[in-house]
Design a protein. Structure first.
Length: 172
């Protein structure tokens, strides 16, 4: 019986993802920028290519949230979002950090990761329909994500941010 519940949850999540992928609705436009502070951290500490990973995660998570909101309430029409990553920290060393500091173990070296994001959602007429500033970092090293992904806690933050934006849209 215990296996049935996780399998049911997994199947439900898969069905929801498949429904989003199969939807004929146009993908919402999501623009992602990085504050000057975040840009400097990425360039000086983490490696420039890391910005693309974070940008892709934000576009995917926020785009899915906006698409779900539009499918649930077609009256919202075409939505677009502008998201700014104002700060971020990895949970584990990034690729560039591990190359520049060979003593770092990409799995055993840990830090408190997370991100701070600001976002605004507009309807087709350009009217602001939702906005959110969200910050989340693991409270301490004992509560960081168990994933070996350098950006694990930042990804969790991004998904939580997208979910909270979606919740705001659901109330419209």
């Amino acid at each position: 019986m215990r296996l049935r519940v996780p399998i049911l949850l997994l199947l439900t999540a898969f069905a929801a993802s498949a429904a989003l992928a199969a939807s004929d609705a146009p993908r919402p436009a999501v623009t992602v920028t990085f504050s000057a502070f975040a840009q400097a951290k990425i360039k000086e500490k983490f490696g420039a290519r890391e910005a693309g990973e974070i940008r892709d995660e934000v576009v995917r998570a926020v785009g899915d949230s906006l698409l779900k909101a539009t499918l649930a309430n077609p009256a919202l029409g075409a939505l677009s979002a502008e998201v700014e990553v104002t700060d971020l920290d990895p949970t584990h060393p990034t690729r560039e950090q591990s190359v520049e500091q060979p003593g770092l173990d990409i799995l055993r070296s840990k830090s408190v990761g997370g991100a701070t994001l600001k976002g605004v959602v507009h309807d087709a007429s350009g009217k602001e329909v939702a906005s959110l500033t969200f910050k989340r970092y693991a409270p301490d090293l004992t509560t960081i994500s168990a994933s070996g992904d350098a950006w694990a806690d930042a990804r969790i933050t991004i998904r939580m941010f997208a979910s909270k934006l979606g919740a705001q849209l659901a109330r419209l």
